[in-house]
Design a binder for this molecule. Sequence first.
Ligand SMILES: *[C@@H]1O[C@H](CO)[C@@H](O)[C@H](O)[C@H]1NC(C)=O
Ligand SMILES: *[C@@H]1O[C@H](CO)[C@@H](O)[C@H](O)[C@H]1NC(C)=O
Ligand SMILES: *[C@@H]1O[C@H](CO)[C@@H](O)[C@H](O)[C@H]1NC(C)=O
Length: 236
Amino acid sequence: MARSKTCLLALAVVLALQGAIAQRASDILGNLPPTGDSLTLAHYFPEHSAKQIPAGDVISVVVSGRNTGSKALNLSAIVGSINSPQNYEMFIQNFTIARYFAPLAPGAEASVEYKFRADPILGSTPPREWTLALHALYEVDGAYFANTFFNATVDIAEAPRLVDPDLIWLAVTMIALIAGAAYLAYTLLADKLGLNKGKAKKAKRVDGPVALDEDEWIKGTHYDVAKRRRAAAKRA
Ligand SMILES: *[C@@H]1O[C@H](CO)[C@@H](O)[C@H](O)[C@H]1NC(C)=O
Ligand SMILES: *[C@@H]1O[C@H](CO)[C@@H](O)[C@H](O)[C@H]1NC(C)=O
Ligand SMILES: *[C@@H]1O[C@H](CO)[C@@H](O)[C@H](O)[C@H]1NC(C)=O
């Protein structure tokens, strides 16, 4: 019973939070609440450098908020976008809102993790410059504030691939070249050694009976005539 009450309360909190902040990132991003002065933010990218971001990768940023004001506040959400470096008003990609419920008493500190992913179509080689903007939204007495903790130019690189297609192509070409050279070498060698069956048969083929008898071979030649004369002389 107590447990289901807690669940209901948690649900009510989530609903209240969702009702309080706009549902869609685009609604917030284009119309951010004013900057407040009671939340001091620090951030770091644990797995990536903030200077170069691989497109398509899930990028994690850890955001620490410290309530430097005199009133309790709620660190409510983080949202971000990729904008044109020439014109901030041009929103290239809006990241989804991550909602948190981090109540911070005056002087208290809390850390939340925000994950975003640059669209793979933004990745290029060489990396191209884009503006990355990240904002923390917080609530004090029902009023919302947005503090931008990151707004800088970043290089968005092509996502690293496990296997480079160029390398596969190179390997296939090399194997084909080696195989071709080996076949050519084998064919030439086989010809020289007479290993090639078809050609060997052709070379051995002789028309008619093979003359192995010396006499038959010399029949009708000048040598044959002389031989017969010598034989006749012996008999005489
Ligand atoms: C992103 O947000 C901006 C600012 O509100 C809006 O103009 C734009 O249409 C949004 N883009 C998308 C793709 O939702
Ligand atoms: C924090 O959020 C909860 C739930 O929405 C709300 O009851 C409370 O008043 C908020 N606190 C502040 C300081 O805004
Ligand atoms: C981010 O930086 C750009 C360029 O410096 C600026 O025009 C823009 O207003 C900034 N946006 C926010 C929300 O601070």
